[in-house]
Design a protein around this ligand. Structure first.
Ligand code: NAP
Length: 454
């Protein structure tokens, strides 16, 4: 049984029966049949349907936003913005897929030789609850435009969103069954990954889930793209604009109540400005309001699941036991719901969970660096490598560090990390591999085929 539980008050919203294995196989088979027909359609036909998806998203914005906020607790304004962003990614690939996947002539000894991009079949998407619409659309838009079909296994706590998304693709007029949701818990996913109709798997989720899915898929030689966790370092150099960097760091840490893979998760400050930065950081974090995510005056709602709040709190407590100090928050509030307050930790060092692990919630560790070199070393001292940011008034110097010194899939200068349909998104090391979005994303799950004519 899958359950959607309102994280504001711990009340059950709805239970969903898991689909039995035979039903899952039937869905996959129907989806495969739909793909066989759909894969022969033109880019123009696909684009017209994808444009319809963005219209449905914009028209239904309020309804979809409410569903997300209800099931996982993000603020209603952030839910609305998420729906808008989904419409954007649909438009982006509808407008550009044909160009991204056009044949590429290569001069050889052939009379004609070129590269062409064929669809590969059904792509299985295992998705997380933290951006329950955005994560799915950023996979679905490029894949459907490339001519593939999609099977969605969403996180168990957002089945309402999963079914709503399936409906949207149906309503938009895509081949019946081309995009299907399966309601299956993670423990029953092995046989789905192994199903012969599934040609590749994309996962956005935790590193342990990535390891498990990649090994199952690897055993049956299926390609995977993994977008996993992160512990994004934000370096604040001594010549940074403190006001600007504090604002960016607080936004980066609190967006989605801290539950974003690309949230700022370690704030590394050069010692000359550490005191001033920490004081302003404290003031700014203290000014943020936590509460009902449907109340537009609140900056953050609850955590999405109470068990994850417990894990986060344990990470804070262990860090404190090892010498970290709490300047703000760090206490589970009384009452119902999975609320966790904005929390500021100082005296954070390597060996503490707040330094070594991903903090998937509104907890900001400040780490003091002796100098710039030390700050860069601390930033890179992680098993992850998703995003990073550097703050300095010397933009050229910060750009040099971003480009050449930071080990991560992206590095932003003087602002916080965010995803954008036009830019590749993904990580290195335990943050995963492969890229989503941009022309790189649409080429992950296509057959890059050589044609050679004598
Ligand atoms: P999670 O527990 O890994 O779950 C993600 C998805 O994977 C869910 O659908 C889950 O299903 C499924 N799953 C988990 N273990 C599985 C297994 N062994 N086999 C098959 N499916 C499995 O992660 P989460 O708690 O939902 O999300 C938080 C994590 O995702 C964080 O680490 C965050 O950084 C990462 N994330 C990364 C990105 C990125 O783009 N890099 C974006 C967002 C989030 P169930 O719900 O049924 O368990």
């Amino acid at each position: 049984m899958l359950q959607s539980i309102n994280p504001v008050n711990d009340e059950l919203i709805q239970s969903y029966e898991e689909y039995p294995q035979e039903q899952v196989y039937e869905i996959i088979e129907s989806s495969h049949k739909a793909y066989l027909k759909y894969s022969l359609s033109s880019y123009e036909e696909r684009a017209a349907k994808m444009k319809k998806v963005s219209v449905i998203l914009r028209e239904g914005k309020e309804e979809f936003a409410k569903l997300m906020t209800l099931e996982m607790g993000k603020t209603i304004s952030q839910s609305r913005a998420e729906v808008e962003k989904c419409a954007w990614v649909c438009d982006y690939y509808a407008d550009n897929a044909k160009d991204f996947l056009k044949d590429e002539i290569v001069e050889t000894d052939a009379s004609k030789s070129y590269v062409t991009y064929n669809p590969i079949g059904l792509v299985l998407a295992v998705m997380p609850w933290n951006f329950p619409f955005w994560q799915v659309f950023r996979f679905a838009a490029p894949n459907l435009m490339a001519g593939n079909g999609g099977i969605l296994k969403h996180a168990s706590n957002v089945s309402g969103c999963a079914l709503a998304i399936e409906n949207i693709f149906n309503e938009a007029g895509f081949e019946k069954d081309l995009f299907r949701t399966i309601l299956v818990s993670s423990k029953n996913m092995k046989s789905v990954i192994e199903n012969e109709r599934i040609k590749a798997v994309t996962l956005t989720g935790s590193t342990p889930a990535g390891k498990s899915i990649a090994s199952t898929a690897g055993n049956v030689l299926k390609k995977t793209v993994l977008e996993l966790g992160g512990s994004d370092p934000y370096i604040i150099l001594r010549d940074a604009d403190i006001e600007q960097s504090v604002k960016a760091c607080v936004t980066a840490r609190l967006i989605n109540a801290g539950q974003s893979c690309i949230a700022g998760k370690r704030f590394i400050v050069e010692k000359e400005i550490a005191e001033e930065f920490t004081q302003r950081f404290l003031e700014e974090l203290s000014s943020k309001k936590m509460g009902d995510p449907f109340d537009e005056s609140n900056d953050l709602g609850p955590q999405a699941k109470s068990e994850l709040r417990e894990e986060l709190h344990q990470q804070v407590e262990k860090s404190v036991a090892l010498g970290a100090k709490i300047l703000l928050g760090g206490i589970i509030p009384e009452g119902r719901g999975a609320f966790y307050p904005p929390t500021l930790l100082v005296n954070v060092k390597k060996g503490m969970p707040a330094f070594d692990e991903e903090l998937f919630g509104p907890v900001a560790p400040v780490i003091i660096a002796e100098d710039e070199e030390d700050a860069i070393n601390i930033a890179n001292d992680t098993v992850f490598g998703l995003g990073a940011a550097v703050f300095s008034k010397d933009v050229a110097h910060a750009e040099f560090i971003a480009k050449n010194r930071i080990k991560a899939g992206s590095c932003f200068v003087n602002t916080f990390v965010k995803s954008d349909p036009r830019l590749p998104f993904g990580g290195i090391n335990e943050s995963g591999y492969g890229r989503e979005l941009s022309p790189f994303g649409i080429k992950e799950f296509v057959n890059i085929k050589t044609i050679f004519i004598k």
